[in-house]
Design a protein around this ligand. Structure first.
Ligand code: ZN
Ligand code: FE
Length: 278
């Protein structure tokens, strides 16, 4: 089994997930906001870090990079006379459009990331909205059904706040995600699901799939278990921020004061506005 790529959540702060990808003795980490849980996990499992992947510039996603770097350089087996050569640096992937000091592999939408040590690769999808340069990492060949590391763009039953982009940009970004294969597993960066479901039920009280999900999520959280990864199929059935075509969501958007329900980006914008005040 250790020859398969495994994806492991590390809880950080009050509700963040840092995702570890591991195969054999190699590992990569997505959005290490805090170094402590990452270093503890690597040590505990005797793993060597081969890459860091960053989705956007917020502190809870990048705050641990410097300390992880200091640790991995101190533990590198590089010859002492070559301390500053670039090829010995840990690759740190991240959005080219955002100022993140440690990123040394800047990426834009359409780029490909190959992690040879993990024998896997990702396609970069530009998903602006939460931040201006936010990117997501899509691994179509991972775990058969494909995986997406979507940072703070999509959450289980919710979506990120629009801090830097426009509602139209965010809607477009979510449309890109919605067009991936329905079996795609979604690795979100926060455990916000229960609060998101309370809002989703206000939007669509008669959605049976949502009611069933609420019960399942309540059961998981009662045992302090993660509610992610989710699947795109589940989100398409229950997440109000992907359901701009559903009559009940369009009606809710109109009631919330939201423009012309024939335009999906305006339905989305009205639901997002409502959630901001919910
Ligand atoms: Zn964020
Ligand atoms: Fe975050």
């Amino acid at each position: 089994m250790s020859n398969n790529l495994e994806i492991v959540p590390l809880a950080a702060f009050s509700d963040n997930y840092i995702w570890i990808l591991r195969r054999g003795k190699q590992a990569a980490v997505v959005d290490p906001g805090d170094a402590a849980p990452v270093l503890a996990y690597l040590q505990q499992h005797s793993l060597e870090l081969c890459a860091i992947l960053i989705t956007h510039h917020h502190h809870d996603h990048i705050g641990g990079i410097a300390e992880i770097l200091a640790y991995s350089l101190a533990n590198s087996r590089a010859p002492a006379q070559l301390p500053t050569q670039l090829p010995t640096q840990l690759p740190i992937y991240g959005p080219a459009d955002e100022a993140i000091a440690e990123v040394n592999r800047p990426l834009a939408g359409g780029d490909k990331v190959t992690l040879a040590e993990l024998n896997t690769s990702f396609e970069v999808i530009a998903v602006p909205g939460h931040t201006r340069g936010h990117i997501a990492y899509y691994g179509p060949e991972i775990a058969e059904q494909g995986v997406l590391f979507c940072g703070d763009t999509l959450f289980a039953c919710g979506c990120g706040r629009i801090f830097e982009g426009t509602a139209e940009q965010m809607w477009h970004s979510l449309s890109r995600i919605a067009a991936l294969p329905a079996e795609t597993k979604l690795y979100c960066a926060h455990e916000y699901t229960q609060a998101n479901i309370r809002f989703a039920l206000a939007v669509e009280p008669d959605n049976a799939a949502l009611t069933a999900r609420a019960a399942e999520v309540a059961r998981l959280r009662a045992e302090n278990l993660p509610t992610v990864p989710s699947t795109l199929a589940c989100e398409l059935a229950t997440n109000p921020f992907l359901r701009w075509d559903a009559p009940a969501v369009i009606a809710a958007a109109s009631r919330a004061g939201g423009g012309n329900p024939r335009q999906p980006e305006l339905v989305f914008a009205a639901i997002r506005e409502w959630k901001n005040k919910f």
